[in-house]
Design a protein around this ligand. Structure first.
Ligand SMILES: [Zn+2]
Length: 335
């Protein structure tokens, strides 16, 4: 299965896209028409594994490619890339830009699942913002203000007046979006505790973590809505009333995958945290189930964890899972 992305243009945004993809473990091939692209040296430094193409583009450049990302400075009608883009469209390759990567990265930042662990630390979030935020804003500008960037744009129908294709409303909108983006770029990621609610516990109901590192603009929905959990369903003793509180993004993703905040969600969130791949629909049989339980099942008054799942014996569970997975590969192949 192709895993390489072809990036067209090696200026600032081409470089940012290449760095982001390489950081996500993807192979990149970068094309630029210039003999000495402005960011060639930076690419060699930050993404030494990247292949650089400079010859005129032909369909061979698409070999083994899963998608094409175009820098905003290149018009889709540019003679040097138009034929390749047409071939990519004909072959149903996605042709995207850095705004698509930006949106994917924002999604990842909100969910912060096992695949995006680069975004679960303050340094990771800061790197994300440094690498992609300004590029996202730039792409927004390019798409809105350069009509030839739009799909199906026809150079023959250009407006008579300069910028007259941009409405006053759009100018106001983009200016305010840009201000918001600039504001986000200035934000410093910091820990946020769960919202204080009457009777609500102050750690993630499942993993018990007491704070999430995120930015101010993402903090409002980082902890999700108030949830109720029957302690008997997450490995504890049954109580007269359910535990109330919030879920961290990782545990919320696990609950969404399995449908309810019970033992399956506990196991899935824990497996993700420990780096074991869990296929959708598969179940885990812990060697000794009594060692695994959600944090909210602990006695009332138990302080929140500094790190997710710190209330469990993680080395012991990891050893049990390794035995389970290596001794019985059937768990992976039975499906
Ligand atoms: Zn959690």
């Amino acid at each position: 299965m192709p895993t390489t992305t072809l990036i067209l243009g090696l200026g600032d945004s081409g470089l940012a896209m290449a760095r982001w993809l390489a950081r996500s473990g993807e192979a990149v091939r970068v094309w630029d028409s210039r003999a000495e692209p402005p960011q060639a040296a930076a690419l060699a430094e930050h993404v030494p594994s990247a292949t650089v193409l400079s010859a005129p583009l032909d369909e061979a450049a698409l070999a083994g490619i899963k998608r094409v990302l175009k820098s905003p400075g290149l018009s889709p009608t540019d003679d040097r890339i138009a034929a390749l883009l047409a071939a990519a469209h004909a072959a149903n390759f996605p042709v995207q830009g850095e705004l698509d990567l930006f949106v994917e990265a924002l999604d990842a930042l909100r969910i912060r699942g096992a695949r995006t662990d680069a975004l679960t630390t303050a340094a990771g979030v800061r790197d994300f913002v440094d690498t992609l935020a300004w590029v996202g804003s730039r792409a927004t500008w390019a798409a809105r203000f350069a009509p030839l960037q739009l799909p199906g744009a026809d150079p023959g129908t250009c407006a008579v007046g300069r910028w007259s294709h941009v409405s006053r409303e759009d100018v106001g909108l983009i200016a305010s979006e840009y201000r918001t983006l600039v504001h986000r770029r200035m934000e410093v990621p910091m820990p946020y505790t769960p919202p204080a609610r009457e009777g609500g516990l102050r750690g993630c109901l499942l993993c018990g973590v007491g704070s999430i590192v995120t930015t101010e603009s993402l903090a409002a929905d980082a902890w999700g809505s108030l949830e109720r959990v029957q302690t008997g369903t997450i490995g504890g003793a049954n109580r007269a009333s359910s535990a109330r509180g919030h879920l961290c993004p990782n545990c919320r993703a696990a609950v969404e995958q399995v449908g309810a905040p019970g033992m399956s969600a506990v196991e899935r969130a824990l497996m993700n945290h420990l780096g074991f791949k869990v296929r959708y629909g598969s179940t885990v049989n812990f060697t000794d189930e009594s060692v695994v339980h959600g944090w909210a099942a602990l006695p009332p008054g138990t302080p929140a964890n500094d790190e997710p799942w710190a209330h469990l014996d993680l080395p012991r569970i990891t050893r049990a899972l390794q035995v389970e997975y290596y001794a019985e590969p059937i768990a992976e192949s039975a499906r």
